[in-house]
Design a protein around this ligand. Structure first.
Ligand SMILES: [Zn+2]
Length: 300
């Protein structure tokens, strides 16, 4: 089964390993091949402490690494197609139109306004609940204008509904699960699922333990499949994708994924589990690959 991934912090990983010039090809590529991951976001995450120059420096480095990769490319001319996604745009504190244009020019095709921070544009769900700022509204309009997909995975509920109202295009929650099964601040309520459906968007289910269940409960792949079943029952399989958010390559985070799918090399276990739960072959292909790929194809 082919897979697509809406969220993976590989951008930060390669930037943090500048000493390994071709880490993308030597470390990540063999793992992608083992899991049959064919399409992926390369995420640069900014947690709230970075200024615009730092953001640009990181994104330029990552873009360059992809342009010089033997196996990854922004188009379909190499083995694995990728796009840059930005998680948190804390560096945009003025000139939102010019800065969004700069990001787009540097292959950013999906972005969220904030991470867990409260910045000049938006407020993370962990931080509070308040309206989008005027600058944040201008960012959404410019993202629509340049054709950059909007990720709502980290923002607070008030921001979520503001974004849904202002954006003329679909919205994504690239790596979030459901409050109906586990009431985590990063998970989506049933009304939020309905909004994403009505805007023809996507939810990337995240098989990281503490978004599936309480951290100490050690959630399993079976628990994660229940999340996908829940979304299917509420809004159908057309709006389900995957946002893996692998952290196993981050020191100290090796055990972040659900038990039964320890890293990218074991993602085929998801396809097998979906089959065992009676998902049709077409539904499995859609969840694992088609929905994310077909959605992002409109932006790349
Ligand atoms: Zn995140």
């Amino acid at each position: 089964m082919r897979f697509a991934n809406l969220h993976d912090d590989i951008g930060n990983d390669i930037y943090d390993h500048k000493d390994q010039k071709d880490r993308l090809d030597t470390f990540h590529y063999p793992r992608f091949k083992q899991g049959n991951m064919c399409f992926s976001a390369i995420v640069c995450c900014f947690d709230g402490g970075q200024d615009w120059n730092t953001m640009c420096d990181t994104i330029r480095y990552v873009e360059n690494a992809i342009l010089h990769s033997k196996h990854f490319s922004f188009d379909d001319t190499k083995d694995i197609q990728v796009f840059i996604a930005v998680e948190g745009m804390c560096g945009i504190d003025k000139d939102p139109e010019e800065r969004i244009d700069w990001l787009y020019m540097h292959h950013v095709r999906l972005a969220s306004l904030c991470w867990n921070d409260d910045n000049a544009l938006a407020c993370g769900a962990k931080k509070g609940n308040k309206p989008l700022t005027d600058l944040g509204k201008r960012v959404i309009k410019e993202m629509n204008q340049v054709n950059m997909a909007i990720d709502t995975s980290h923002c607070c509920e008030w921001n979520f509904y503001d974004i849904a109202r202002i954006s003329t295009k679909p919205i994504i929650a690239s790596h979030s699960n459901v409050k109906g099964l586990y009431n985590h601040y990063r998970n989506l309520s049933d009304p939020q699922l309905q909004v994403i459906q009505s805007k023809n968007g996507l939810i990337g289910g995240i098989p990281v333990r503490w978004f599936v269940d309480k951290k100490e409960n050690n959630a399993t792949l079976e628990d994660f499949i229940q999340v996908l079943i829940y979304i299917k029952e509420k809004i159908g399989t057309n709006h389900i994708a995957l946002g893996f958010d692998f952290m196993d390559y981050i020191p100290g985070m090796e055990d972040s994924n659900v038990i039964g799918m320890k890293d990218i090399t074991q993602i085929q276990n998801i396809a097998t589990a979906l089959q065992e739960h009676g998902f049709a072959q077409q539904e499995i292909e859609d969840i694992c690959f088609n929905n994310a790929y077909n959605f992002m194809k409109n932006y790349i």
